[in-house]
Design a protein around this ligand. Structure first.
Ligand code: 2AL
Length: 246
């Protein structure tokens, strides 16, 4: 089984870290291919960053189709381009936010999210609403660290995340915590030990859901709105996307 894990930002060190966390949790026989778009933002911390990154995600799904990937994971907590990506393939496509929400509700009745910057909290709130998980989430918290601070070798960012997780545990009346950034893919076990609550991390959650769907022979439905896009002309820098429809 080949799972293509797409980091929607262009920071190669984060892509490597995400790929290693995904391969570490994978079943024997599952091969992880971790990629990021060639163009786009170095990190995704705004609606603007997210909109630009979505095109890169779609390019990576196109590339994965040529390599016959069995499943795709969108490894940014805003799940950029998720439904559009599903239109491009019969394989399952899973966003790390939706994967984490699903898993958290299987082990707790209420969870809080600990994300990076406060300004990106609204992105998580919109996803909770649109996916139907809003009433399961008590609070979206922010460690107030820029995404790329997670790439620093020191522990300052980790310490801030742990502090916020401890506040969530002590104040929010919750059973689990969801980590709200793809760059936290390697932190699950350490935070879990420090905080003593189940910590759900999206990349690892998405891996297990993707493997399950592939094992069950379940892929993206081509019946209805997730059918391949209708072929049409695209102009300018998007001309190469004209051939996307099938
Ligand atoms: C993210 C994420 O997961 N990757 C990135 O670049 N920005 N979102 C976030 N809330 O930190």
């Amino acid at each position: 089984m080949q799972i293509r894990v797409i980091n929607p930002n262009t920071t190669a060190s984060m892509t490597k870290k995400i790929g290693e966390a995904a391969q570490h949790i994978a079943a024997p026989g599952t091969r992880v291919v971790a990629t990021n778009p060639r163009s786009g933002p170095a990190s995704i911390e705004s609606h603007f960053d997210e909109a630009i990154s979505a095109v890169g995600v779609l390019e990576e799904v196109r590339a994965g189709e040529l390599e016959q990937a069995d499943a795709y994971i969108i490894a940014c907590f805003g799940d950029p381009g998720l439904l559009a990506a599903r239109e491009l393939t019969r394989a399952p496509v899973i966003g790390i936010a939706e994967a984490a929400f699903h898993m958290a509700t299987l082990i707790s009745t209420r969870f809080s999210i600990v994300t990076t910057l406060g300004r990106t909290g609204i992105i998580a709130e919109h996803l909770l609403q649109s996916y139907g998980f809003a009433h399961h989430c008590r609070r979206v918290r922010a460690a107030e660290i820029p995404v790329l601070d997670l790439e620093d070798k020191g522990n300052a960012a980790l310490d801030r995340i742990i502090e916020e997780c401890l506040r969530a545990r002590d104040q929010d009346n919750i059973g689990a915590i969801v980590l709200g950034c793809g760059g936290m893919a390697d932190l699950r076990e350490q935070i879990s030990r420090e905080v003593g609550l189940p910590i759900v991390e999206g990349v690892t959650a998405a891996m297990k859901l993707a493997e399950s769907l592939v094992s069950l022979g379940l892929g993206t439905s081509k019946h209805g709105d997730l059918a391949f896009p209708r072929p049409k002309a695209f102009s300018g820098q998007f001309e190469h996307l004209s051939q996307l429809g099938r």
